[in-house]
Design a protein. Sequence first.
Length: 115
Amino acid sequence: QVQLVESGGGLVQPGGSLTLSCLASRIIFSIYRMGWYHQAPGKQRELVADISGGGSTNYADSVTGRFTISRDNAKNTVYLQMNSLKPEDTAVYYCNAYRAMTDYWGQGTQVTVSS
C-alpha cells in the first residue's frame, strides 16, 4: 500500500520559515507528479505547488516568490520550503502523488502562523 508521510509542520511567527517534507513509499516515486495542497478550516483543499518527475514546477499565485517545492528522487522525498509566512498560510498541508488519474494523499501536517 502506498504511503505518504508528511513532517515539518508547526507553529511559526509571521515572517518566519518552515520546511515540510513528504516521504513516499511503495511507489515508483520518480514517475509521479508530487504536490503540496493546503486546507484551511471551512475552506476547500487548494493546490500550493507541484513538481513533475523531471523537476518542472507550478505554484499558486499566493505563494509565488515565497515558497519553493523540490524533490529528491533518490530519497523518495518532496519538500516545501516556506519563507515569509503569513497568518493566511495557516492550514493543514497535504502531500499528493499523482499519475494517470490516480491520486495518493498523506495524512496532513498542521502549519500555524501566529504571533
